[in-house]
Write a protein that binds this ligand. Structure first.
Ligand code: PXP
Length: 256
């Protein structure tokens, strides 16, 4: 049992504010303005993914986020030479290394840490050498957790997409077994001394089961919040998510 239950931070991913902006070109809506609003509404950090094809966040967005944000910036990126060079120029608080394929709509699945080879270990070492905390976006798989520890990651972020999709399909048994798989990977990562994050596809309906896992200290949530902001505003969307996370975490605290 944990001596005390840890805080649970919310990182708001603002990529899809840039997606809407880029549909027309120009500057509106501005992801930096969204980042400031998210922070005012209770976000503990801001996450942005600079994709190789620049489909949403741009290089200029990254520079502005780094220069102006008052909360930690989590820079999601592929472990490529180009992205490592950009990260070393901006020195964000953390870099989350993700697999990236041009044809995918979103990050489908976790990083191949076991087969990642020298390139991945070198990227981790160079980023860490610059004082950047390094996170690996992985599937909840014990071998991948151990490999992440071995190559020197500070953090693992578990891909919750499989859980989110099963929940969307109302697959009750699938959800139960995926949460079990996630929970045991989360505990293993924590025992290995890795900081534990999670995210992808989380909504108001699915966040609590993940937030109740006491070893997780950060959730990164984007698409649902930006979509929900269309209906209720970003402030309400972020503060409601923040509240749901805190309520779920409190349930665990009360049991310890
Ligand atoms: N964490 C990582 C590493 C991601 O790649 C993404 C999606 O960009 C998220 C969290 C957020 O996922 P979603 O936008 O589905 O909430």
């Amino acid at each position: 049992m944990l001596a005390r239950v840890r805080e649970l931070r919310l990182g708001v991913n603002i990529d899809h504010v840039a997606t809407i902006r880029n549909a027309r070109g120009g500057r509106h809506p501005d992801p930096l303005r969204a980042a400031h609003m998210a922070v005012a509404a209770g976000a503990d950090g801001i996450t942005a993914h600079l994709r190789e094809d620049r489909r949403h966040i741009s290089d200029t967005d990254m520079a502005r986020l780094k220069a102006e944000l008052t909360r930690p910036l989590n820079f999601e990126m592929a472990a490529t030479e180009e992205m490592v060079a950009i990260a070393l120029r901006h020195v964000p608080n953390a870099c989350c290394l993700v697999p990236e394929r041009r044809e995918e709509r979103t990050t489908e699945g976790g990083l191949d840490v076991i087969g990642g080879g020298v390139g991945l270990s070198e990227a981790v070492a160079r980023l860490k050498g610059a004082g950047i905390r390094v996170s690996l976006f992985i599937e909840p798989d014990p071998d991948v957790v151990k490999a992440s520890k071995q190559i020197g990651a500070d953090i693992v972020e578990f891909h919750t997409g499989a859980y989110a999709n099963l929940a969307l399909a109302d697959d009750v048994d699938g959800v139960a077994s995926e949460l079990e798989r996630l929970g045991s990977a989360v505990r293993l990562a924590h025992e290995c001394g890795l900081e534990v994050h999670a995210g992808h596809g989380l909504t108001y309906n699915t966040v609590a089961a993940v937030a109740r896992m006491p070893q997780i200290v950060e959730l990164n949530i984007g698409h649902f919040l930006i979509g929900e902001a269309i209906f209720t505003g970003l402030n309400e969307a972020v503060s409601r998510m923040r509240r749901l996370m805190s309520e779920a975490r409190l349930e665990v605290t009360n049991k310890v």
